[in-house]
Design a protein around this ligand. Sequence first.
Ligand code: SF4
Length: 405
Amino acid sequence: MQPDTIKAQGLLRLLTQGLLAHGEQKTANELGDRSQYIGMSDIGKGMECMRAAVASKLGLSAIPAATAVGEFAHEELGRVLGRQIILQRGHWQEYGIEKALTATGVKLVPQLEISIEHNGVPIKAHLDFTLVWGGKRPAVRILELKSNERIPASLYASYEAQLYGQVGLLKSCWAQPCFSVPQTEVQSVTFPQAIQSIFNVALPKLPDGVDIESWVLSISRSEVKSFGPYLADMGMLEACLQAAVGIWRTTEDVRSGSLDLNDLDYCRGFHPLCDWCDVNADCPKFQAVNIPSDSACGLELEELAMLKERKATLEKRIAESEERIRQTYSLIGAKDWISTKDHRFRVTTIAGRKTLDRSQMLDKLTSLIGDELKAQTALEQCEKSGKPFERLYVSKINKMLKSAA
Ligand code: SF4
């Protein structure tokens, strides 16, 4: 290896080590020992996949310890670094968003912790940001940040469960000494006491009459979208608490050996959680026919996975480049072609795709025919289904390691 390449590798190794160490410290400082309680993200995960939630409570993780970085081969280093960048991007955004919101003068508590025990199960919620307004119209807003590669069209069920759990706990525990702010003197107090002590703002002793909402800010590299409001709903809170008890008891059963991880229920069908799952390597969902990796088929599959990864990277770069060129085109006020030595470029407006709004169509037909059933039948008779086609899924196997924590 060239000396410069060795130096560059050393830099990446240092960065990877730092990211892993920082992640470990941040989790310990803000979230404590996660094996000792059920958090809101565990509940969200457990509602989608019990196997994944229990594995995470057991400390089964594909994230290596910072001290292991020195032993990584080049490829392993790149894989761990890439994953850390994606996982920790949310923390960096959190820092920036906190500064931005604080600059507006709003009263904001970061990382408020609500801690309760339900049917003998310790449960904690960590609220990214809690914004408060006192006075005649007291209000509280919980903000949960989600760092997304692409902004989802609607919120994932696991996120929604988290939100309902958070806002439900805030309201139901309002007057109980369940609130703390990690690494401060605010420990085990009621919510009004916490706010009084942090901001010297008086809130009502009971939450009735306080305007309480929970929101999600989904942030990608260039877009932000808010989802909400989510209001306290005691039925949803009860569902969250029951899920927490289920995860806790099942984790105890697996720990004691009376159940095996692979006996647990897991999410069926295609699910985005699986690509990021720390225990996807031996998940029964993917009971696979193992093919030797040096066989012709094994090599071709690996090559396909690599090509798909490259394609995804290329598509992202192309989209970014197109966006920049479109902006430049508009900035220079170009109306026609612009040329370089070998290519010409032009931005034109293309008419949007025309689609039929099915429910509007049904309403229209019903009003014309005067019979909804007949309108529905007519619509169904005009529908065409495409031929079934095969789709090849490629998903990453995450190596399962013992957690560093
Ligand atoms: S791989 Fe998917 S189905 Fe299996 S445990 Fe993980 S999230 Fe659940």
